[in-house]
Design a protein around this ligand. Structure first.
Ligand SMILES: Cc1cc2nc3c(=O)[nH]c(=O)nc-3n(C[C@H](O)[C@H](O)[C@H](O)COP(=O)(O)OP(=O)(O)OC[C@H]3O[C@@H](n4cnc5c(N)ncnc54)[C@H](O)[C@@H]3O)c2cc1C
Length: 401
């Protein structure tokens, strides 16, 4: 097993459960660092929506991933963790979280199981290249060259985001050198950078802006955002990040249009704003008539350096059309996920490389991307199970006389 993230660990479970001798190699000092980081902001393990809706979230990769997600769907992942003693719950948005929302109890439970099943761990071992005759070349803890020739190998080395957690995408050049087709790795689900004023950051860093609608070109996303020191984070920002990155690269305006009241028309908002204001400040009037939160009003002001219009129609139009200049999009350093990876047409139906019998690939190394919402982890677990099962079949069929 190469890679001690969720995909590699669940594959190790499947293999060791059926009696395979499993060693997990990872170049970090401890396993699953990205998984633990994912748990910091509340681990979104999977999603409870109907499976067909769920599958559609993977866009172009939906058809390729469907067999694995159908074989090990969200409810099976929840049952898997329940058996390990970690219950999950469905949040109001339909997202599924472990009780306590942290990754560490899940990881501890899985590691305990692997230990009981005899799985060995070789940390500080970095996969470097494919060698002759199916060998794998690693760099060991003290810089020594290590050559292994397992009956089957499952690669689950992740994407290239948050490289300081171990996922640097360095495997891609080794795979390309070995003639495996990969599509270029690119940051995905990235935060947006906005040149906030010090005043805005001081008042609102870390706070949510709720139920808004974002647009850039023909790309639209709805949901909640969080204000950060550098800009905006959250599902709708991630969804528009690629399009905004392209606009920035082309040198065209990367304007983000924000609608704070997407379910109400300009006319409806203007009618409410036309109610007598009496002695109330504009901020109080906006809050009382439209139910805007303090942060909404601050955002309106932040994006209106020349002041807010006073007339109801113009003010309503501004509430539905705040324009933010995006000055950058986060790169690999802070991206949630990575698009690109090992192409599905390089793999057979059991995730084995067509040109390298006995070498399987799982998790974020595969060429798929998905929005946040539990889709990334579910795909890692489902493909990890599938690769583990196929690797077990392969290894045991070779061992038969
Ligand atoms: C901040 C953050 C929050 C996230 N939140 C969520 C969330 O709530 N829900 C969700 O679904 N997803 C979330 N994700 C994404 C999710 O964590 C990943 O998609 C998932 O961890 C991928 O699992 P994996 O097993 O494929 O790879 P990884 O978890 O990336 O594991 C790969 C392992 O391979 C090791 N490795 C890499 N290269 C080498 C090498 N050359 N030699 C040896 N070892 C190597 C790494 O050290 C690592 O341990 C989040 C990601 C981040 C960064």
């Amino acid at each position: 097993m190469l890679g001690a993230g969720p995909a590699g660990l669940v594959a190790a479970d499947v293999l060791s459960r059926v009696g395979a001798q499993v060693t997990v190699f990872d170049h970090m000092p401890s396993p699953a660092r990205k998984f633990l980081m994912a748990g910091r902001g509340g681990l979104n393990l999977t999603h409870s929506e109907p499976l067909d809706v769920f599958l559609a979230r993977y866009g172009d990769a939906a058809a390729a991933l469907a067999p694995f997600l159908r074989a090990f769907p969200p409810q099976t992942l929840r049952d898997y963790y329940a058996k390990l003693g970690v219950d999950t719950f469905v949040g109001t948005s339909g997202r599924v979280f472990p009780k306590g929302s942290k990754a560490s109890p899940l990881l501890r439970a899985l590691l305990r199981k692997l230990e009981a099943q005899g799985v060995r761990f070789e940390m500080r071992h970095r996969f470097e290249a494919f060698g002759e005759g199916g060998a794998l070349l690693l760099l060991g803890a003290t810089g020594e060259r290590v050559k292994i020739a397992p009956d089957a190998a499952v690669f689950a080395l992740g994407g290239a985001s948050w490289p300081r957690l171990g996922t640097d995408g360095g495997w891609a050049s080794a795979f390309n050198d070995a003639g495996v087709r990969t599509t270029p790795l690119a940051p995905a689900n990235c935060a947006l950078h906005v040149g906030w004023s010090e005043h805005f950051v001081a008042g609102f860093e870390g706070q949510p802006i709720k139920t808004l609608r974002l647009r850039h070109g023909e790309h639209i996303a709805r949901g909640d955002l969080v204000v950060t020191r550098r800009g905006l984070e959250g599902g709708p920002a991630y969804a528009l990040a690629s399009a905004l990155r392209e606009s920035l690269a082309r040198g065209s305006a990367a304007t983000l249009y924000v609608d704070l009241r997407p379910d109400q028309s300009n006319a409806a908002l203007a009618a409410k704003l036309a109610r007598p204001r009496e002695k109330a400040s504009l901020a109080t009037h906006l809050r009382k008539t439209l139910g805007l939160a303090k942060i909404d009003v601050a955002l309106l002001r932040e994006a209106s350096p020349n002041g807010l219009p006073q007339e109801p129609e113009a003010l309503a139009a501004r509430v539905k059309d705040i324009r933010l200049a995006i000055i950058g999009v986060a790169g690999f350093e802070r991206a949630i996920s990575t698009s690109g990876g090992v192409a599905f047409d390089a793999l057979d139906a059991g995730l084995m490389l067509k040109d390298r019998p006995g070498v399987f690939v799982a998790g974020e190394m595969l060429d798929f991307d998905a929005p946040t919402g539990g889709y990334l982890l579910q795909a890692a677990f489902s493909t990890g199970v599938a690769a583990g099962e196929a690797a077990a079949r392969f290894a045991f069929s070779r061992a038969l006389p």
